[in-house]
Design a protein around this ligand. Structure first.
Ligand SMILES: *Cc1c(COP(=O)(O)O)cnc(C)c1O
Length: 489
């Protein structure tokens, strides 16, 4: 099967090969790249069933990337190795009546590792194929997890610099220390006085700011993105939906061809969209549940067809989902309604913060969970099964319960588990017992170990005692100046 090319979501004449799309990160007009055609899986189920994660990744990614077999296998082998603390890379575990797909066995304990472990290799390969000589500068906005996963992936990679912006008051203590203690001369971490949307909007603007790009080019730099606006982030995430399905068949939960549903704790919509691509490739996923926290802009969208970001922004216990501008939804809109409509919708979003669609989506339902419901979900799963889930996974679990009750749909459900509870010790322990509410996030790691019977993951042992290497803080208006200061002065 031919490898797909990519087109813009706001203009279908903006075409790119996978390598070009990965290097650019975003279209010149601010749109996103989507596959021109979503490829069909061409490997037989019996063969897929015999594969390990790396072989499966090859079977999927070769349909999306214009690399040679050798190049692609090399990227995959370097990415999915002992960095992950389990051979399965992303195990599917059954607890009670739900199947949890654990995507947090990488170095930063969040699902971002699944894609960011491979992105640096994809980018270097793309640069080689394109004959690009400039040094790549990765600009990253993070709601907490992408930042660390990108830093870990790109630290000390030759020919790359990485700069990360995180909301100073919007991440967990563990997330913050993970980033501010980051080593590597090519890394720069900046706290901003603002939220994730402020950071993401500033970063997106810089990608389309021609003056800034010229100034950078004169110094031999070129921007790219490690956010899920980059298709190099998105396509590796398709793999684990196949992997979940294969494991569910192996465990006897379903037979090949049976439907499997998935609930996805959602922020920027990258994770869910990757699953949607898997379904379009032919994977028998029945239904998706898009789970939100109190920032339920997607819940309202899927229920009403109106996207409205004009609303209060809440800092919640699931900070990686505290997002009001969900970038990857643009891709779904384009697949369904085409470029002209998408362009108008994005212009309306930019101008007024709101747009309306006439899309009636049938395979994505939306639910949301409040903080109380999130804590109740952590307690419920623990009480029933002894398994401790993190607040993002708990939002998904609560959404799954609501969906099942509302729909009566008894199809087996995968809960996409996006973070280790160890990243959110304080909220997790407080959910289990209110007396921990005033505890120290780091001291509570030991308590969590006692309760969960799962040892403290190696990457965060001793985190508290590591030297802080990044102390920059900037106003949200000054993000661009901070970039210039670091790169151009
Ligand atoms: C990033 C993140 C999410 C949201 O994923 P999207 O692809 O942005 O929708 C959910 N949970 C955790 C723990 C995350 O890090």
């Amino acid at each position: 099967m031919a490898v797909t090319t990519y087109i813009g979501t706001r203009n279908k004449e903006l075409t790119a090969s996978a390598s070009e799309a990965i290097l650019r990160g975003i279209c010149p007009d601010g749109g996103l790249y989507i596959p021109k055609e979503i490829p069909k899986m061409d490997v037989q189920p019996e063969v897929l069933m015999q594969m390990d994660y790396r072989e499966l990744a090859f079977a999927v990614l070769r349909l999306y990337l214009d690399f040679t077999e050798e190049e692609l296998r090399d990227c995959i082998n370097r990415a999915y190795d002992e960095k992950f603390d389990t051979e399965a890379i992303a195990p599917l575990v059954k607890k009670g009546d739900a199947l949890f797909l654990e995507l947090f066995h990488g170095r930063t304990l969040a699902f971002k590792d699944m894609a960011l472990s491979i992105l640096p290799y994809l980018m270097k390969t793309a640069a080689k194929r394109q004959g690009q000589k400039e040094e790549i500068v990765i600009l990253t906005a993070t709601s907490g997890d992408t930042g660390k996963a990108a830093l870990e992936g790109f630290a000390n990679v030759d020919g790359v610099k990485i700069m990360v912006f995180f909301p100073e008051d919007g991440v967990s203590p563990v997330q913050k220390l993970q980033m501010t203690t980051q080593e590597g001369e090519n890394t720069c971490v900046v706290g901003i006085k603002g939220n994730f949307d402020d950071a993401q909007s500033a970063v997106k603007r810089m990608f389309t700011d021609e003056k800034l790009q010229e100034a950078l080019a004169a110094k031999g730099y070129r921007f790219s993105s490690a956010n899920s606006i980059n298709i190099g982030r998105l396509v590796p995430q398709i793999v684990y939906y196949y992997w979940a399905y294969i494991q569910a068949v192996q465990a006897g939960e379903i037979a090949w061809g049976d439907k499997l549903n998935a609930t996805v704790p959602t922020g920027n919509f990258g994770d869910l969209l990757a699953g949607w691509y898997a379904a379009r490739m032919g994977l028998p996923i029945g239904h998706f549940v898009c789970a939100s926290n109190d920032n339920k802009v997607l819940y309202d969208f899927f229920r009403t067809g109106t996207y409205d970001k004009n609303r209060p922004f809440y800092v919640t216990v699931s900070p990686s989902m505290d997002i009001l501008i969900s970038s990857n939804l643009e891709r779904l809109l384009c697949h369904m309604g085409g470029q002209d409509k998408t362009k108008a919708e994005m212009a309306a979003l930019q101008a007024n913060g709101v747009y309306q669609t006439d899309i009636t989506q049938t395979d994505i339902s939306a639910e949301y969970a409040t903080q109380e419901e999130t804590f109740a979900a952590i307690r419920e799963v623990y009480a029933k099964t002894g398994y401790v889930i993190d607040p993002h996974t708990a939002v998904a679990y609560a959404a799954y319960r609501k969906y099942r009750q509302e729909s009566g749909d008894q199809t087996p459900m995968v809960i996409v588990s996006t973070a280790s509870p160890y990243k959110f010790t304080k909220d997790v322990m407080t959910a289990l017992d209110a007396r921990y509410a005033n505890g120290d996030a780091f001291a509570l790691m030991q308590e969590l170990e006692n309760v969960s019977k799962i040892s403290i993951p190696a990457p965060i042992r001793g985190l508290k005692d590591r030297p802080i290497r990044h102390t920059r803080v900037c106003e949200k208006e000054n993000i661009q100046d901070t970039v210039k200061e670091w790169l151009l002065s």
